[in-house]
Design a protein around this ligand. Structure first.
Ligand code: FRU
Length: 521
């Protein structure tokens, strides 16, 4: 049992007991509480992100069931509609036409007699291999983990099993398959987070499943009967914690196909707690073989976890992460809602010193939110110059992008008049980027929150570029075309209203700053 499960188990039991007494199911009670927050004020709360998706009310962690289907992006998410702390997991649901503006949808999956609905994925079963389609309609099939809290409490080791549910109305309503679970636990406590895709060369479904300290691959002809193919990673990568939320994707570099396996790990991340590592290699329908034994991280920051990619996007691979860390996700000081997703990121491969790396950059659709783009002349960045003047809104959400012909030490300081500051920079002597949130605002809620997060520089080019996505309480840094990334949340007393760039020995050129519209207005 994870420590957070122990803390939360008691709360969940109380919630269940309370619902029992009121004669309502937890699900119904959840719907009630989600509606309590007034639509207009829901998205105006202090710290509420304006350019990122977050739940209208209550708790979220992992993104689930990401899929582009018939022109709509679906985001399902781990959700507890009764509270702002983790509890009996449901799948919440939101949809988008453009990856940046989202519409809240009714809860998709509720806990049942087999347990809570933990993380998983959704596929469009075009060939109706499952037989769950009707009248020529393609079923959307959700493959998820049923987590049985009673089994967990009684000391059983088989309380996590894989189940399916299907929808014939674009994900609006779901029917659970009558013979769940479809993949039974062989006796591994941590046995969860199925991510499924169609492996066309062998006409079969392929599932990556987190099985404690490794990933196990399964295949199926019909999404109902699963056969074990192979295991990966027992002796590779980070092992400071349990492996979770895998995703196996294929990407091309210079015309050559590679396979990339994403694996979240908690704890054991490079800056403490939760983080997502990846492996680049080959996959033959049975086995994943990495190109080398180096551990790489998709994002070194403390607040990008459990990220996976959307299905249905063809060669374009779009990644979405949970902007949280299990070290303090249950304590961050938001009121009616807790935690959010990262900006969707486009993944690509880049080669550096003969090795292949995964690069992430904000999706181009984020540009649709730009109100205008201001160019800041590098020569104007004299000591003390305040770039924030071009943003003209507070609290501010904006993107910033600059290039430099020769990378040296620099610092960007976001500050408010209360003396709080968030410092973003590059340390040339140690060849690493950093985000220092030690004085960025409230950090009283967890001893493990304040501090500096570092990302080693991977690129060896002389020149460099930096992209930032800044929102009311989050920052995402993408350096060198997205090779070295850092995501961090922060909670200032008052919104930041100053942005100073300190780059004494370095020329900043092509700086562009774009204030972003709120996605909720
Ligand atoms: C990752 C995770 C998953 C699990 C879910 C439960 O953050 O622990 O492994 O399915 O969260 O909410």
């Amino acid at each position: 049992m994870k420590p957070r499960h122990i803390i939360i188990a008691a709360l969940s039991l109380i919630a269940f007991a309370a619902c029992k007494q009121s004669g309502k199911s937890t699900a119904e009670a959840g719907k009630d509480t989600a509606n309590v927050v007034n639509a207009d004020s829901a998205y105006n709360e202090q710290y509420r992100l304006q350019a990122h998706w977050s739940p209208k009310a209550k708790w979220t962690n992992d993104p689930n069931g990401l899929i582009l289907h018939n022109g709509t992006y679906h985001l399902f998410y781990q959700h507890y509609p009764d509270s702002t702390v983790w509890g009996p997991m449901h799948w919440g649901h939101a949809t988008s036409k453009d990856l940046v503006t989202w519409k809240q949808q009714p809860i998709a999956l509720y806990p049942d007699s087999l347990g809570y609905i933990f993380s998983g994925s959704i596929v469009a079963d075009e060939k109706n291999t499952s037989g769950l389609g009707e009248g020529g309609k393609t079923p959307l099939v959700a493959i998820f983990t049923h987590h049985d809290p009673k089994g967990e409490k009684s000391g059983s080791s088989t309380y996590q099993n894989q189940s399916i549910a299907y929808s014939l109305d674009e994900g609006q309503t779901w029917t659970k398959y009558a013979n769940n679970p479809v993949l039974k636990n062989p006796g591994i406590k941590d046995f969860r987070d199925p991510k499924v895709f169609w492996y066309a060369p062998q006409n079969k479904w392929l599932m990556s499943l987190a099985t404690k300290d490794r990933i196990t691959f399964y295949s199926s002809a019909n999404l109902k009967n699963w056969k074990k193919e192979s295991e990966f990673g027992e002796k590779l990568g980070g092992h400071g914690g349990v492996w979770e939320c895998p995703d196996l994707i294929s990407l091309k570099l210079n015309g050559k196909q590679y396979w990339v396996l994403l694996v979240s790990i908690n704890p054991g991340g490079p800056n403490g707690g939760s983080a997502t590592q990846y492996f680049v290699g080959n996959f033959d329908g049975n086995k994943f073989t990495p190109l080398d034994s180096q551990t790489r991280w998709i994002d070194y920051g403390p607040d990008d976890y459990a990220g996976v990619t959307f299905g249905g996007t063809g060669d374009r691979k779009i990644f979405l992460g949970w902007m949280g860390n299990w070290l303090y996700a249950n304590q961050v000081p938001t009121k009616n809602w807790r935690n959010a997703m990262t900006i969707p990121r486009e993944l690509s491969l880049l080669s550096n010193k003969g090795r292949v790396f995964l690069a992430s950059t904000p999706v181009k659709e984020l540009g649709n939110l730009a109100m205008q783009t201001e160019k800041v002349d590098g020569n104007q960045l004299t000591p003390g110059a305040d770039v924030f003047q071009v943003i003209k809104q507070s609290p501010a959400q904006f993107t910033l992008h600059f290039t430099t012909p020769q990378l040296r030490d620099y610092k960007l300081v976001l500050a408010n008049d209360a003396g709080e500051e968030l410092v973003i920079g590059y340390d040339a002597a140690k060849t690493r980027y950093y985000i220092d949130r030690s004085k960025a605002g409230d950090n009283s809620f967890s001893k493990q929150f304040a501090g500096v997060a570092y990302a080693p520089r991977i690129s060896s080019a002389l020149n460099s570029d930096l992209k930032l996505v800044v929102d009311a309480s989050s920052i995402e840094l993408f350096a060198d075309g997205g090779l070295s990334n850092l995501t961090s949340v922060f909670f200032p007393k008052a919104p930041y209203t100053h942005l100073k760039v300190e780059a004494k020995d370095m020329k900043v050129e092509n700086m562009e700053v774009s204030p972003l519209k709120s996605i909720w207005k």
